[in-house]
Write a protein that binds this ligand. Structure first.
Ligand code: PLP
Length: 292
């Protein structure tokens, strides 16, 4: 724990600001013991949480999926996030991580002894969005690690259990890539460790459908909307390694990174490309419409 924690982070636990150096939750919290928690990552634009309603909706959906009832209203959650942002000690935009754990209970997978979920809000300065690497493009690795099956641990739930993604990222980094792209049990493309995936072919955009087992990314949804309004054909579908091999352009999306081109793919497929015209058009339109 270093001293910068105090200036670099704002931490709120159950609606109270806590010194980040002392912030902790119980080792009996089922979020810690079993990964029994959900979360959202939100960013600000001009100091206001971007797409807050969409994040709130997804958060409520994640809670429903894990049978977690919250004692807080939407207004409570919004007020807590707004308060964290208002306490910031940095000039730039803010990254907010909102975590809700099952709470402390007996060491028993069944959460019946967990009476009070914990609400944790961690805020820090948003890392630079349009860094140089983001202009040149990233390297992805199609990993041997597959995405969790929807029938086992649905990737649509934004849960605190990210071991699947951690393992894929470790493999990708070990092979020299920036991030992984995972296949599902049917060998269809899904998503990256913390981003959604798109490819461009013959002027049209394709992205894995929700059925493939992915998180319904908020930026993914925005990009689909922008493509429709710009008259660019867009399809949510099942994509194979052959689709990837023959792609003209590839890009990924996420709240923190925005829209980022890919210039190389390794692992189960070898692909090289340039940040292309359609990626750039969608990227520009997204940055203009979002105010980022
Ligand atoms: N896919 C996964 C697995 C993620 O963790 C994330 C974001 O954290 C995304 C996709 C992108 O989602 P969003 O656009 O809502 O940030």
């Amino acid at each position: 724990m270093n001293q910068d924690l105090e200036t670099d982070y704002i931490v709120r636990i159950n609606m109270e600001e806590i010194d980040p150096r002392k912030a902790s939750v119980s080792i009996f919290d089922h979020g810690f013991l079993f990964g029994d928690s959900i979360y959202e990552v939100v960013r600000t634009v001009n100091g206001k949480p971007y797409a807050w309603k969409e994040h709130l909706k997804r958060l409520r959906g994640s809670c429903r999926s894990i049978n977690l009832e919250l004692p807080w209203t939407d207004e409570d959650l919004q007020r807590d996030v707004d308060t964290a942002i208002a306490s910031k000690r940095w000039d730039g935009e803010t990254y907010i991580r909102l975590i809700i754990t099952r709470g402390a209970g007996q060491i028993d997978l069944m959460p019946r002894t967990c009476k009070n979920p914990n609400l944790i809000v961690i805020a820090k300065e948003l890392p630079e969005l349009r860094a140089r690497l983001h202009e040149i493009g990233l390297v992805l690795c199609v990993t041997e690690v597959k995405r969790n099956s929807r029938l086992a641990m649905d990737p649509a739930i934004k849960s605190g259990n990210y071991l699947n993604n951690v393992l894929a990222l470790i493999e990708a980094r070990g092979k020299g890539a920036d991030d992984s792209i995972m296949l599902n049990e049917n060998d269809h493309l899904t998503e990256c460790s913390t981003s959604n995936f798109f490819l461009v072919k013959d002027g049209g955009v394709k992205t894995p459908s929700l059925d493939c087992g992915i998180l319904a990314g908020i930026i993914r949804e925005k990009i689909i909307g922008i493509a429709l309004s710009e008259g660019i054909p867009i399809e949510e579908t099942s994509l194979t390694l052959d689709d990837l091999r023959s792609a003209d352009e590839v890009f990924i999306t996420g709240t923190v990174k925005g829209v980022v081109p890919v210039n190389r793919i390794i692992g189960q497929v070898e692909w090289e490309g340039e940040p292309g015209a359609i990626t750039e058009q969608l990227r520009e339109a997204f940055y203009v419409s979002s105010g980022m």
